[in-house]
Design a protein around this ligand. Structure first.
Ligand code: PHE
Length: 388
């Protein structure tokens, strides 16, 4: 071997970068173009991130090529460095441009997808719901307002005279006892004596809406057509079918020549308007001190429409298969009541009826427990559909 010493380890002066595979210009151009193509093909920022790792990261072909430069002889370094440097700059620009494009697209999309409609109502505070007792009561009022009746209201803390005496409920009437009535203040006159007028009477929480009959007649000249909705009180325990505070609607008509048939026609119209055209009512004899004659009014069962009667295959829980549901009391206004309210019974006659809204809500909407109506839980009221 005639080789000079050192020949093997000395830098190869004639080393041509073109001969280093990774640094050949065609190769650099190819890996640059592949990188640019990969960036262009990335259709999301995530995909671009992957392309960046693959084509511009530490182990990308371009980085590997860059590392080869260090092994080149000094005179070859500049050219190879320039070649790789230009390719890296082009890749960097391509990456930045695509990044900017994709970010702009994302920003535009977010603006659309996450747009906040500032005109929508503010809804952080949970909304309440109107109570079905209120809406049913208003519905009943509407039926009568459409017929020309006025809505009349009276106080819930009522003079005993209006609640009882004027309505021909004498001092010995059981309804007056503490069992039914919440007394706020006893009468000035002696126990057991009828009070002559409102001034010296005791004060009670009204036990029915009938005192508004008296107030309405005293306030107006006949004819009087009023509908009186309101809260009433009786000392009952709260259970599935009783509540010490409940709502009644009372109706009073006073005019010349009114008869029981006007009452019956009015009741029939009401149940048709509230429950459907095929509805009707019936009257059963009863007694109320403030009406004469008096009747209990029933309506055809809203659920089975009478079809459960004599039909054991289709029993009805709502009317116990009787075909009728008791609605409330009614009658022709007792002449004594007309006199107490300053109306001439020779000239005028009147009819009245009254019923409880809770009971009507129970069978109209299948509410099985009255306690649901008084607990104030909006989960009960919401399904009735009146949110505010
Ligand atoms: N006020 C009676 C009650 O509460 C109902 C009624 C009103 C009866 C009007 C007849 C006439 O029971």
């Amino acid at each position: 071997m005639n080789r000079k010493h050192g020949e093997m380890s000395a830098p190869n002066k004639s080393y041509d970068p073109v001969e280093v595979e990774a640094l050949k210009p065609e190769n650099i151009e190819r890996i640059r173009d592949e990188a640019l193509a990969a960036f262009a093909a990335a259709d999301s920022l995530d995909a671009l991130q992957e392309a960046k790792v693959a084509h511009a990261g530490g182990t990308s072909p371009l980085s590997l090529a860059n590392r080869e430069i260090g092994a080149l002889p000094p005179h070859a370094k500049a050219a190879a460095g320039k070649l790789v440097g230009q390719a890296r700059a082009a890749v960097g620009r391509g990456l930045a441009a695509r990044q900017a494009e994709l970010e702009a697209e994302r920003d535009a999309r977010v603006l659309v997808e996450e747009a906040v409609d500032v005109t929508l109502p503010y809804d952080r505070v949970p909304s309440g719901a109107r109570h079905p007792l209120t809406t049913l009561s208003e519905r009943i009022e509407d039926v009568f307002v459409a017929m020309g009746y006025e809505v009349a209201e009276g106080p819930e803390v009522e003079a005993e005279w209006f609640n009882f005496d004027a309505l021909n409920i004498g001092p010995d009437h059981p309804a007056r006892g503490t069992q039914d009535t919440f007394f706020v203040q006893g009468p000035d006159s002696g126990e057991g004596e009828a009070t002559a007028d409102a001034a010296d009477s005791g004060v009670v929480l009204r036990t029915h809406t009938s005192p508004v009959q008296i107030r309405s007649m005293l306030d107006r000249e006949p004819p009087v057509y009023v509908i009186c909705p309101g809260r009433v009180y009786r000392s009952d325990e709260l259970d599935a079918t009783h509540t010490p505070v409940f709502n009644q609607v009372e109706l009073l008509a006073v005019d010349e020549g009114l008869t029981m048939s006007d009452l019956k026609g009015t009741l029939d119209h009401m149940v048709k308007a509230l429950f459907g055209e095929d509805m009707k009512t019936r009257l059963r004899p009863n007694f109320f001190p403030f009406t004469e004659p008096s009747a209990e009014m029933d309506m055809v069962c809203y659920v089975c429409r009478g079809e459960s009667v004599g039909n054991p295959d289709r029993p009805c829980r709502t009317c116990s298969s009787e075909g009728w549901i008791e609605l409330g009391g009614c009658g022709m206004v007792n002449p004594k009541v007309l006199v107490a309210a300053g109306v001439d019974p020779e000239k005028y006659s009147g009819f009245a009826f009254g019923f409880g809204i809770e009971r009507m809500l129970m069978f109209r909407h299948n509410v099985e427990d009255m306690r649901d109506m008084v607990e104030g839980d909006v989960r009960f009221t919401r399904p009735f559909g009146m949110e505010i």
